[in-house]
Design a protein around this ligand. Sequence first.
Ligand SMILES: Cc1ncc(COP(=O)(O)O)c(C=O)c1O
Length: 368
Amino acid sequence: MMNIPPINLKAQYKVVKKEIMAGIKEILDEQRLILGKYCTQLEQQISSYAGVPHAVSCANGTDALILALMAVGIGKDDEVITTPYTFFSTASSVALVGAKPVFVDIDTKSMNIDPALIEKAITPRTKAITVVHLFGKLCEMDRICALGKKYNISIIEDSAQSLGSRKNGRMSGSFGDISATSFYPTKNLGGIGEGGMVLTKRDDLGEKLKKLRVHGMGNQYYHEMIGLNSRLDEIKACALAMKFPHLESWNRKRIETGNYYNNKFHDLPIILPVIEDDSSHIFHHYVIRTSERDRLQNFLKERGIITGVYYPLPLHLQPCFDYLGYRKGDFPIAEESALTSLALPVYPELKKKEKEYIVKTMREFFTG
Ligand SMILES: Cc1ncc(COP(=O)(O)O)c(C=O)c1O
């Protein structure tokens, strides 16, 4: 029996250990601990990679979302349309700036927000749409951006799981007005602690973000607005800057594994992730759906394969969002996905033998 964890951060660290340790030593020797050259380097790397002129690093992806909402001016009495099938922060960030999250269901194929349902949810109070490129799969940005234009609503991309996915050469994070990403250790570009970044093509928002992450401060100790204290430490920025050159090849390996699984599983009674082309899904997670999810998860676990459930309870049914007044049955596709989704290991360090074992074990479950 093999033992396959859901992610293997130790294997990834080995590849970059030398550079990271040298960088950390330099930072500590110099005592240049906050907003130094590695922050600038990382911001430049991500800005040119994503093709977006302004990249502002911050403390984590949740803060990145909050900063993005603050930058576009979302606050009390505003509504922000988003998906109920995502990580908590996509919606908690809206509530934390005093606005109201308004959910619409997801599309059954992509598991991303269904653009056909957005328009009906728009009211005079709608100020933004936060879309999530869930599991690394790009949303239908043409349709969503067209809605933004038509109704004069800001488009915020939650790119926490999708740094590097693209369509016709356009990168995740470059479609909307502003986007937020996360460098949480398990992300495709994962750091040695918390980390995040906000990207924007708009000069006005870029300027504002730089102030918002340091208490809304322009000149020292003069506050033009009320901002956060949300900076990325140099040590963490350095580790990310050292890992960044590997991101493209790590993503490519995830895509290869996604394709491999899809080919091997095509005849099994499960719903597979949709791969439209070779770049619009970077498989932060490889998620299949089956009504036998819990039994399958146990079967794989007993055979050493650890899987994940993203996400077991959609956001409209979370106790903390009771006050929004949603009920079970409001978003059937999100609710069904929560019961049927299972993420198989897809990290770049996964070995050929391990992938074969996963395929063999999956087939064993369904075909005996
Ligand atoms: C879709 C999504 N949005 C936001 C976040 C928040 O990022 P962080 O954990 O860095 O705050 C995450 C990751 O955790 C995420 O997966």
